[in-house]
Design a protein around this ligand. Structure first.
Ligand code: ADP
Ligand code: MG
Length: 254
Protein backbone atom coordinates (compact mmCIF):
# COMPACT_ATOMS: atom_id res chain seq x y z
CA UNK A 1 0.00 0.00 0.00
CA UNK A 2 1.20 3.46 -0.81
CA UNK A 3 1.37 5.42 2.42
CA UNK A 4 3.06 8.58 1.15
CA UNK A 5 0.89 11.62 0.69
CA UNK A 6 1.58 14.64 -1.40
CA UNK A 7 1.10 17.30 1.24
CA UNK A 8 1.89 20.33 -0.87
CA UNK A 9 -0.97 19.68 -3.28
CA UNK A 10 -3.58 20.47 -0.63
CA UNK A 11 -5.17 23.89 -0.97
CA UNK A 12 -4.01 25.91 2.03
CA UNK A 13 -5.47 29.35 2.52
CA UNK A 14 -9.02 28.24 1.76
CA UNK A 15 -8.87 25.31 4.17
CA UNK A 16 -10.72 25.58 7.41
CA UNK A 17 -9.82 23.09 10.05
CA UNK A 18 -13.16 22.19 11.51
CA UNK A 19 -13.37 21.03 15.10
CA UNK A 20 -14.26 17.36 15.09
CA UNK A 21 -17.46 16.50 16.86
CA UNK A 22 -17.08 13.56 19.18
CA UNK A 23 -18.70 10.29 18.27
CA UNK A 24 -18.17 7.21 16.25
CA UNK A 25 -16.73 7.76 12.76
CA UNK A 26 -19.12 6.28 10.23
CA UNK A 27 -17.04 7.39 7.26
CA UNK A 28 -13.27 7.41 7.43
CA UNK A 29 -11.49 8.25 4.16
CA UNK A 30 -7.74 8.62 3.87
CA UNK A 31 -5.91 9.87 0.79
CA UNK A 32 -8.86 8.80 -1.30
CA UNK A 33 -8.29 9.14 -5.05
CA UNK A 34 -10.41 8.16 -8.04
CA UNK A 35 -8.99 8.60 -11.52
CA UNK A 36 -9.97 7.21 -14.88
CA UNK A 37 -7.44 6.58 -17.62
CA UNK A 38 -3.71 7.09 -17.46
CA UNK A 39 -1.03 9.72 -18.08
CA UNK A 40 -2.07 12.85 -19.91
CA UNK A 41 -5.49 11.34 -20.65
CA UNK A 42 -6.24 10.80 -16.94
CA UNK A 43 -9.54 12.19 -15.70
CA UNK A 44 -9.47 13.07 -12.02
CA UNK A 45 -12.65 12.49 -10.07
CA UNK A 46 -11.23 13.17 -6.62
CA UNK A 47 -7.64 13.36 -5.42
CA UNK A 48 -6.12 12.76 -1.96
CA UNK A 49 -9.33 13.32 -0.04
CA UNK A 50 -9.24 12.91 3.76
CA UNK A 51 -12.64 12.95 5.40
CA UNK A 52 -14.25 11.76 8.60
CA UNK A 53 -17.96 11.83 9.20
CA UNK A 54 -19.50 10.99 12.57
CA UNK A 55 -22.70 9.24 13.45
CA UNK A 56 -25.76 11.44 13.05
CA UNK A 57 -24.00 14.18 11.12
CA UNK A 58 -25.78 15.77 8.19
CA UNK A 59 -22.98 16.80 5.85
CA UNK A 60 -23.67 18.91 2.79
CA UNK A 61 -21.17 18.39 -0.03
CA UNK A 62 -21.10 21.43 -2.30
CA UNK A 63 -18.96 22.62 -5.17
CA UNK A 64 -19.12 23.51 -8.84
CA UNK A 65 -20.14 21.01 -11.47
CA UNK A 66 -17.32 18.55 -12.09
CA UNK A 67 -15.65 19.18 -8.72
CA UNK A 68 -15.96 15.55 -7.66
CA UNK A 69 -19.09 15.58 -5.47
CA UNK A 70 -20.77 12.61 -7.15
CA UNK A 71 -17.48 10.72 -7.34
CA UNK A 72 -17.00 11.10 -3.60
CA UNK A 73 -20.64 10.20 -2.90
CA UNK A 74 -20.44 7.07 -5.06
CA UNK A 75 -17.31 5.91 -3.24
CA UNK A 76 -18.84 6.46 0.19
CA UNK A 77 -22.00 4.64 -0.92
CA UNK A 78 -19.98 1.72 -2.26
CA UNK A 79 -21.29 2.01 -5.81
CA UNK A 80 -17.80 2.80 -7.08
CA UNK A 81 -14.33 2.04 -5.77
CA UNK A 82 -11.28 4.25 -5.40
CA UNK A 83 -8.09 4.02 -7.44
CA UNK A 84 -6.10 4.40 -4.23
CA UNK A 85 -6.45 5.36 -0.61
CA UNK A 86 -8.42 3.75 2.16
CA UNK A 87 -12.10 3.99 2.92
CA UNK A 88 -13.78 2.60 6.01
CA UNK A 89 -17.54 2.91 6.20
CA UNK A 90 -19.53 1.49 9.12
CA UNK A 91 -16.43 -0.30 10.34
CA UNK A 92 -15.83 -2.12 7.07
CA UNK A 93 -12.92 -1.34 4.83
CA UNK A 94 -14.73 -1.15 1.49
CA UNK A 95 -12.04 0.21 -0.85
CA UNK A 96 -10.80 -3.26 -1.83
CA UNK A 97 -13.94 -5.34 -1.42
CA UNK A 98 -14.81 -7.65 -4.30
CA UNK A 99 -17.84 -6.46 -6.26
CA UNK A 100 -20.23 -9.10 -4.90
CA UNK A 101 -19.11 -8.47 -1.34
CA UNK A 102 -19.51 -4.75 -1.90
CA UNK A 103 -23.07 -5.25 -3.16
CA UNK A 104 -23.91 -7.33 -0.09
CA UNK A 105 -22.34 -4.68 2.14
CA UNK A 106 -24.41 -1.95 0.49
CA UNK A 107 -27.61 -3.85 1.20
CA UNK A 108 -27.16 -3.63 4.94
CA UNK A 109 -25.22 -0.41 5.28
CA UNK A 110 -26.30 2.35 2.97
CA UNK A 111 -29.43 3.88 1.52
CA UNK A 112 -29.00 5.79 -1.72
CA UNK A 113 -31.19 8.63 -2.96
CA UNK A 114 -30.93 9.77 -6.58
CA UNK A 115 -31.67 13.12 -8.19
CA UNK A 116 -34.21 11.60 -10.58
CA UNK A 117 -35.90 9.37 -7.94
CA UNK A 118 -35.42 6.02 -9.76
CA UNK A 119 -38.87 4.78 -8.78
CA UNK A 120 -40.46 1.94 -10.73
CA UNK A 121 -43.45 3.49 -12.53
CA UNK A 122 -45.62 0.37 -12.45
CA UNK A 123 -45.38 -0.06 -8.69
CA UNK A 124 -47.19 1.98 -6.05
CA UNK A 125 -45.27 4.05 -3.53
CA UNK A 126 -45.66 1.27 -0.99
CA UNK A 127 -44.58 -1.43 -3.45
CA UNK A 128 -41.50 0.60 -4.43
CA UNK A 129 -40.49 0.74 -0.78
CA UNK A 130 -41.36 -2.93 -0.15
CA UNK A 131 -39.15 -3.93 -3.05
CA UNK A 132 -36.13 -2.40 -1.31
CA UNK A 133 -36.78 -4.65 1.69
CA UNK A 134 -37.07 -7.68 -0.57
CA UNK A 135 -33.84 -6.83 -2.38
CA UNK A 136 -32.18 -6.26 0.98
CA UNK A 137 -32.74 -9.99 1.54
CA UNK A 138 -33.71 -9.47 5.16
CA UNK A 139 -35.94 -12.54 4.96
CA UNK A 140 -38.86 -10.46 6.23
CA UNK A 141 -42.24 -11.91 5.33
CA UNK A 142 -44.75 -10.05 3.19
CA UNK A 143 -46.73 -8.75 6.16
CA UNK A 144 -43.66 -7.40 7.89
CA UNK A 145 -42.45 -5.81 4.66
CA UNK A 146 -45.80 -4.12 4.21
CA UNK A 147 -45.79 -2.77 7.72
CA UNK A 148 -42.23 -1.47 7.43
CA UNK A 149 -42.98 0.19 4.07
CA UNK A 150 -46.07 1.93 5.41
CA UNK A 151 -44.16 3.09 8.51
CA UNK A 152 -41.34 4.48 6.34
CA UNK A 153 -43.83 6.34 4.14
CA UNK A 154 -45.53 7.74 7.23
CA UNK A 155 -42.18 8.92 8.47
CA UNK A 156 -41.61 11.00 5.32
CA UNK A 157 -45.11 12.46 5.51
CA UNK A 158 -46.77 10.27 2.87
CA UNK A 159 -49.23 8.31 4.99
CA UNK A 160 -52.09 9.11 2.62
CA UNK A 161 -50.18 8.26 -0.55
CA UNK A 162 -49.10 4.66 -0.08
CA UNK A 163 -51.26 3.29 -2.91
CA UNK A 164 -50.44 5.96 -5.46
CA UNK A 165 -48.22 5.38 -8.45
CA UNK A 166 -45.23 7.67 -9.02
CA UNK A 167 -47.01 9.52 -11.84
CA UNK A 168 -49.78 10.46 -9.39
CA UNK A 169 -47.31 12.11 -7.05
CA UNK A 170 -45.50 15.46 -7.23
CA UNK A 171 -41.74 15.49 -7.69
CA UNK A 172 -41.24 16.25 -4.02
CA UNK A 173 -43.52 13.40 -3.01
CA UNK A 174 -41.72 11.03 -5.35
CA UNK A 175 -38.43 11.99 -3.81
CA UNK A 176 -39.82 11.38 -0.35
CA UNK A 177 -40.78 7.89 -1.55
CA UNK A 178 -37.15 7.61 -2.67
CA UNK A 179 -36.03 8.52 0.84
CA UNK A 180 -38.51 6.09 2.42
CA UNK A 181 -37.07 3.39 0.17
CA UNK A 182 -33.52 4.33 1.17
CA UNK A 183 -34.25 4.28 4.91
CA UNK A 184 -36.72 1.42 5.23
CA UNK A 185 -33.98 -1.10 5.92
CA UNK A 186 -32.63 1.29 8.59
CA UNK A 187 -29.14 1.70 7.17
CA UNK A 188 -26.78 3.74 9.36
CA UNK A 189 -25.84 5.87 6.36
CA UNK A 190 -27.81 7.67 3.65
CA UNK A 191 -26.08 9.13 0.60
CA UNK A 192 -28.23 11.51 -1.43
CA UNK A 193 -26.79 12.91 -4.67
CA UNK A 194 -28.60 16.16 -5.49
CA UNK A 195 -31.91 14.85 -4.14
CA UNK A 196 -33.48 18.29 -4.48
CA UNK A 197 -31.92 19.03 -7.87
CA UNK A 198 -35.12 18.33 -9.79
CA UNK A 199 -37.45 19.99 -7.27
CA UNK A 200 -38.83 23.47 -6.74
CA UNK A 201 -37.85 25.31 -3.59
CA UNK A 202 -40.78 24.25 -1.41
CA UNK A 203 -40.40 20.58 -2.30
CA UNK A 204 -36.64 20.85 -1.94
CA UNK A 205 -37.10 22.15 1.58
CA UNK A 206 -39.55 19.37 2.44
CA UNK A 207 -37.03 16.76 1.27
CA UNK A 208 -34.25 18.47 3.20
CA UNK A 209 -36.42 18.50 6.35
CA UNK A 210 -36.89 14.74 6.07
CA UNK A 211 -33.13 14.23 5.80
CA UNK A 212 -32.57 16.54 8.78
CA UNK A 213 -35.00 14.49 10.85
CA UNK A 214 -33.24 11.26 9.90
CA UNK A 215 -29.93 12.73 10.99
CA UNK A 216 -31.55 13.88 14.24
CA UNK A 217 -32.47 10.26 14.88
CA UNK A 218 -28.86 9.13 14.43
CA UNK A 219 -28.67 8.29 10.72
CA UNK A 220 -25.58 9.74 9.09
CA UNK A 221 -26.56 11.72 5.99
CA UNK A 222 -24.30 12.75 3.12
CA UNK A 223 -26.22 15.33 1.15
CA UNK A 224 -24.77 16.47 -2.16
CA UNK A 225 -26.30 19.72 -3.30
CA UNK A 226 -26.06 22.75 -5.52
CA UNK A 227 -28.45 24.64 -3.28
CA UNK A 228 -26.41 26.85 -1.00
CA UNK A 229 -29.43 27.91 1.05
CA UNK A 230 -30.06 24.26 1.96
CA UNK A 231 -26.35 23.60 2.52
CA UNK A 232 -26.26 26.54 4.93
CA UNK A 233 -28.81 24.74 7.08
CA UNK A 234 -26.71 21.56 7.31
CA UNK A 235 -24.58 20.74 10.36
CA UNK A 236 -21.49 20.82 8.25
CA UNK A 237 -20.53 21.94 4.76
CA UNK A 238 -17.71 20.31 2.80
CA UNK A 239 -16.85 22.35 -0.29
CA UNK A 240 -15.10 20.63 -3.17
CA UNK A 241 -12.98 22.26 -5.85
CA UNK A 242 -11.18 20.30 -8.57
CA UNK A 243 -11.54 16.96 -6.81
CA UNK A 244 -10.28 18.21 -3.46
CA UNK A 245 -11.80 19.44 -0.24
CA UNK A 246 -11.34 23.21 -0.27
CA UNK A 247 -13.10 23.89 3.02
CA UNK A 248 -14.86 21.99 5.76
CA UNK A 249 -16.95 24.07 8.14
CA UNK A 250 -19.42 23.46 10.92
CA UNK A 251 -22.51 25.56 11.29
CA UNK A 252 -22.12 28.20 13.89
CA UNK A 253 -18.34 27.83 13.90
CA UNK A 254 -16.51 30.76 12.34
P1 ADP B 1 -19.78 16.68 -9.70
O1 ADP B 1 -20.70 15.65 -9.14
O2 ADP B 1 -19.19 17.58 -8.67
O3 ADP B 1 -20.40 17.46 -10.79
P2 ADP B 1 -18.29 14.41 -10.70
O4 ADP B 1 -17.86 13.69 -9.47
O5 ADP B 1 -19.42 13.85 -11.45
O6 ADP B 1 -18.53 15.93 -10.34
O7 ADP B 1 -17.06 14.48 -11.69
C1 ADP B 1 -15.75 14.88 -11.26
C2 ADP B 1 -14.79 14.75 -12.43
O8 ADP B 1 -14.62 13.36 -12.71
C3 ADP B 1 -15.29 15.39 -13.70
O9 ADP B 1 -14.19 15.99 -14.35
C4 ADP B 1 -15.82 14.23 -14.49
O10 ADP B 1 -15.70 14.47 -15.87
C5 ADP B 1 -14.91 13.10 -14.07
N1 ADP B 1 -15.59 11.80 -14.17
C6 ADP B 1 -16.66 11.39 -13.45
N2 ADP B 1 -17.03 10.15 -13.79
C7 ADP B 1 -16.17 9.75 -14.77
C8 ADP B 1 -16.01 8.55 -15.54
N3 ADP B 1 -16.82 7.51 -15.38
N4 ADP B 1 -15.00 8.53 -16.45
C9 ADP B 1 -14.17 9.58 -16.61
N5 ADP B 1 -14.26 10.72 -15.90
C10 ADP B 1 -15.25 10.81 -15.00
MG1 MG C 1 -22.71 15.25 -9.56
Amino acid sequence: MNTTSIVDTQPDSASVVAPRPVGHPVVHARDLTRVWGKGSAAQIGIANVDLEIRRGELVAIVGPSGSGKSTLGALIAGIDQPSSGSLIVNDTRIDRLKVDRLAAWRGGNVGIVFQDFHLLPTLTAQENVELAIELGSSGAGRRLRKRAAVAALERVGLAGHTRKFPAQLSGGEQQRVGIARAMVTQPPLIVADEPTGALDQANGHAVFDVLTKLAGDGTTVVFITHDLSLAAAADRVVAMVDGRIASDTYRGVA
